[in-house]
Design a protein around this ligand. Structure first.
Ligand code: CA
Length: 746
């Protein structure tokens, strides 16, 4: 690649020359100088065509006045062949500007947004359209440097048929901004977009679409959001955060999204004819209702497992005389004609607490079908529901009729219903009119976004590559990893010692496994064995790791994350592994993580940890107490922890933010012997769970350890401890009443 000293396009100059001269397209521009020359004088009817190739650090600005019949057009020579990379971005302002076919990838924006419907504070867009554009994994290095991918200002703009996938840093993917009058009552249309995989952020600020902010939430936005496809948009609790009035959400599909369409602020919202498919995946949610005059009708919700604020339907309690940024009471809102199948939770008066004490008023819930043959208790009612009138709601025969003040709530009947498949949904035979009634096609990945760009699967998957076999010896694993590619499996085929004199960097998804019957032992002479770089994930299976040969320094580890921000989430799996003699010096950890790193999941299964001076798993590097944490899911099963100086497991999530759902811990069938007693372990705990939202712990044995410490701080944590024994140690909590009420501990 040639060096560019100015913003320029890296392309084979000969072919560009051919195109511009011989193809005779006088609108074709090949570098930023040509682009700027044309863009600066663009008038109605002008067309600018970006030549094929990679445009690096291209900051495209178009200001101009087109007309409805003669817009100013920015397009590409060939769709899917023009790439905006490095620090590229687009700003448009004026009127009737039409942009089509840009792909942003391999870089990030430094201007606050990738695509902006304004070129300065004063210069906004009206009647403009951005269509068939792609933003793909276009992220900064730092996960808490925030930006938007798309910011929509002005009025009457359309953002459609775009594909946005892999937003990983803090900041909303698409934001409709209402800062001034010139951007309110905007009649924007956001339609036929494909919102692809959005990994868990582990913090507030991971919304996929936000309309307004609390500050302007009582203004009308009048934005139409229809025919969009949201796939695994898991950034945070709010897939969509509505924060303004009179918006419409119609005929959108939410496929396996771990969050909800939230009417967080603003009134008179219509949520009609949308599809929510959870496919039984944990934390998949539906619709959350707050504020006044909200209408939730004709929606289809299936297989949603989410609990609390992620339930299929959530009607919140409000704050009396709420400040603008807190929770307004739900008033005059209606939930009717929705079809809910196999959804696990419906919550009414959710979030009820000392502050949120105003229960819903003058609301109705009628003509809904709520069918779940697998679960009987679907409703949770936290406060007075006399402000909601219920009528003609049908439940499957097994589902308990909700009760309030020990009386069955009227307006629910049991009925055995039958369902037929109807283009991917289940239609009730007896009441075909309940549920979606639109004759428009349901949005899918094939009728939204663009047709000319590959759909990206950014989920982390192990074992998708080739097998690389490795024999015992010096640095054999190190060499194999250096030659590996995404998804490969490094297979240790012989028994014996695999000694590493260099730290092994893991740059992509990799498995390191033992061949059946082999008993490999990994030793290393450095301070860490594996270093997870940004983009790396690791699965270990059947490996014994010994720290006997390590550097005689404090702070060694077996696996550590990058010391710098990791924009990519990672996974770490350890199965049937053994970790011994990690004690050459103090504070030797099995896993050592750093700030601004985030694990989607960590699994310790059937592993033995023996003679370790530091911690096994300490995930407590986010200490700002703003709701940020280091890991979403932790599973510890069938493990033994013996003679561990530090903690076996510590999870930390500080602050009172409610927009995330983790950390989540499952821990079972494990024993802890002499854990946590090193004087450097300041937690006075063998297992310390601080701000954990969900923990299921059973069949645990603690013998002669420091305590199991539960610190409950925010939300409505679901913590269970059962069938467990504590000898010479105990379970302690800041909320002893909760512990007494909920736990059966032997
Ligand atoms: Ca949020």
């Amino acid at each position: 690649m040639s060096l560019c000293f100015h913003a320029c396009k890296v392309v084979d100059t000969e072919s560009a020359f051919d195109k511009s001269v011989f193809a005779g397209d006088e609108n074709l521009v090949s570098d930023m100088a040509e682009f700027n020359k044309r863009a600066s004088v663009a008038v109605a009817g002008d067309e600018i065509v970006l030549a094929k190739g990679i445009w690096k650090d291209a900051e495209l600005v178009i200001k101009g006045k087109g007309t409805a019949d003669n817009p100013i057009i920015l397009k590409v020579e060939e769709k899917g062949m023009v790439f905006m990379e490095g620090q590229s971005n687009l700003k448009i302002s004026g009127s009737h500007i039409h942009v089509e076919g840009l792909v942003f990838r391999n870089g990030h924006t430094t201007s606050g947004s990738v695509i902006s419907f304004r070129s300065s504070k004063q210069d906004l867009c009206n009647n403009c359209r951005v269509t068939e554009c792609v933003v793909d994994d276009y992220n900064p290095v730092e996960r808490f440097d925030s930006d938007y991918w798309v910011e929509i200002y002005g009025k009457n703009n359309r953002f459609d048929h775009c594909y946005l996938v892999g937003k990983r840093n803090k900041g909303v993917t698409v934001a409709v901004r209402l800062k001034t009058e010139a951007s309110r009552e905007n009649n924007h249309r956001i339609d036929h977009n494909f919102f692809g995989y959005h990994p868990v952020l582990g913090s507030n600020g991971g919304e996929t679409l936000r309309i307004g902010t609390s500050h302007h939430s009582l203004s009308n936005s009048n934005t139409m959001v229809e025919d969009n496809y949201f796939e695994s948009c898991n950034g945070e609790l709010e897939v969509i955060s509505n924060k303004s009035c009179q918006n419409v959400f119609r005929n959108n599909t939410f496929h396996e999204c771990k969050g909800t369409l939230t009417m967080r602020h603003g009134n008179e919202i219509l949520v009609d004819n949308n599809y929510f498919f959870g496919n039984r995946i944990v934390n998949t949610g539906g619709i959350r209702i707050i504020n006044e005059t909200q209408t939730v009708t004709n929606n289809y919700l299936e297989g949603l497992t989410g609990y609390r604020f992620r339930s299929a339907i959530v009607v919140m309690n409000g704050v009396p005389d709420s400040p603008i940024n807190r929770y307004f009471q739900v008033i005059d809102s209606k939930t009717s004609n929705n079809l809910m199948i196999d959804c696990d939770h419906i919550q009414l008066c959710a979030g009820s607490d000392e502050e949120r004490s105003a229960s819903p008023k003058n609301c109705e819930m009628n003509n809904n079908i709520i069918y779940n043959t697998q679960k009987d208790d679907l409703f949770t009612i936290y406060d007075d529901i006399s402000g909601i009138s219920f009528s003609d709601n049908i439940l499957s025969p097994n589902v308990n009729i909700p009760e309030h003040k020990e009386k069955a709530v009227e307006g629910f009947t049991h009925e055995k219903l039958s369902f037929r498949n109807d283009q991917g949904i289940k239609r009730c035979v007896e009441y075909p009119g309940i549920g979606p009634e639109s004759d428009k096609p349901r949005p899918t990945e094939s009728n939204t976004g663009v047709s000319w760009y590959p759909i990206k699967n950014y989920q982390i998957q192990f074992g998708t590559g080739k097998v690389i076999e490795v024999e015992p010896g010096d640095n054999t694993v190190y060499e194999a990893v250096r030659q590996s590619r995404e998804g490969d499996i490094i297979r240790l085929i012989g028994s014996g010692e695999y000694n590493q004199t260099q730290t092994i960097s893991i740059p992509h998804t990799l498995s390191v496994t033992a061949r059946a019957g082999a008993e490999p032992v990994l030793t290393y002479e450095t301070s860490t064995l594996f270093s997870l770089e940004n983009g790396g994930s690791l699965a270990m299976e059947g490996i014994k790791v010994s720290g006997a040969e390590c550097d005689d320094y404090s702070g060694n580890s077996v696996v550590r994350t990058s010391r710098f921000s990791m924009i990519n989430n990672y996974k770490l799996m350890m199965r049937n592994c053994e970790f011994v003699d990690l004690d050459v010096n103090h504070s030797f950890n099995v896993v050592r993580v750093y700030k601004s790193t985030f694990a989607d999941s960590i699994l310790l299964s059937n592993c033995n940890f023996d003679n370790i001076s530091g911690d096994v798993l300490r995930m407590d590097k986010e200490i700002d107490d703003v709701g940020i944490y280091n890991v979403e899911n932790v599973v510890v099963e069938h493990c033994t922890f013996k003679d561990i100086g530090g903690v076996a497991v510590k999870l930390y999530r500080g602050g009172r933010d409610e927009s995330t759902n983790g950390p989540i811990l499952e821990m079972n069938n494990s024993t802890f012997t002499n854990v946590g007693k090193d004087k450097r372990n300041k937690n006075n705990a063998a297992v310390a769970l601080y701000g954990v939202q969900y923990a299921d712990m059973n069949n645990l044995k603690f013998d002669n350890c420091r305590n199991l410490d539960l610190h409950l701080i925010v939300g409505e944590p679901v913590i269970t401890v059962s069938d467990s024994e504590f000898t010479n140690c105990k379970l302690v909590s800041n909320d002893e009443a909760y512990v007494r009420k909920n736990f059966k501990v032997q």
